[in-house]
Ligand binder design. Structure first.
Ligand code: NI
Length: 174
């Protein structure tokens, strides 16, 4: 597997808009396999390709609890076709914003069309945690992070904390 690191804010690559995938070939399948492994290792429940520096509209997710069987989900070119007016909020985190969490309000339900691992067109009606996660991941494909929904003060605070922690981590690498 290719050695890939998860990018951390304020890396400007995280702000890039990702490109649509034109065909699900071997290299895209390899990318999805690698992303899934990186996500499990992190560990996290969702990862967009741009988080490992690849600007393609590819997302992997697995919302199963540890003790359950694994349930990997693959979304290529995901698009929200409908969002409910009703909102729900979750305490969100992000692998690109380590150890920081904030309550974010999003549509409680959404419909998403996408291509699956084998390139088949699929549609899902997402609600609850799945709805929040898929919206969070699709945001990544558009260069948007959950901290963008916070006040400037809270956002700047998180960026400052993460940058400081990263510097401390780098300092002990000898
Ligand atoms: Ni994220």
């Amino acid at each position: 597997m290719m050695k890939k690191k998860i990018l951390i804010i304020p890396d400007p690559i995280l702000r890039k808009k990702s490109d649509r995938v034109t065909s699900i070939d071997k290299s895209i399948k390899q990318l999805m396999n690698d992303m899934l492994q990186i996500m499990y290792d992190a560990p996290g429940i969702g990862l967009a390709a741009i988080q490992i520096g690849i600007p393609k509209r590819v997302v992997v997710m697995d919302l199963s609890k540890n003790e359950e069987k694994k349930n990997p989900m693959f979304f290529v070119n995901p698009e929200i076709t409908w969002k409910s007016d009703a909102k729900s909020s979750y305490e969100e985190g992000c692998l690109s914003i380590p150890n920081q969490f904030a309550k974010i309000e999003r549509s409680e339900k959404c419909n998403v069309k996408y291509l699956d691992y084998d390139g088949n067109e699929k549609k899902i009606e997402a609600s609850g945690l799945l709805s929040t996660c898929i919206q969070h991941e699709i945001d990544h494909l558009n260069g948007i992070l959950f901290i963008d929904y916070l006040s400037k003060l809270k956002k700047d605070n998180i960026i400052k904390k993460v940058s400081k922690n990263q510097k401390e981590i780098e300092r002990v690498v000898v």
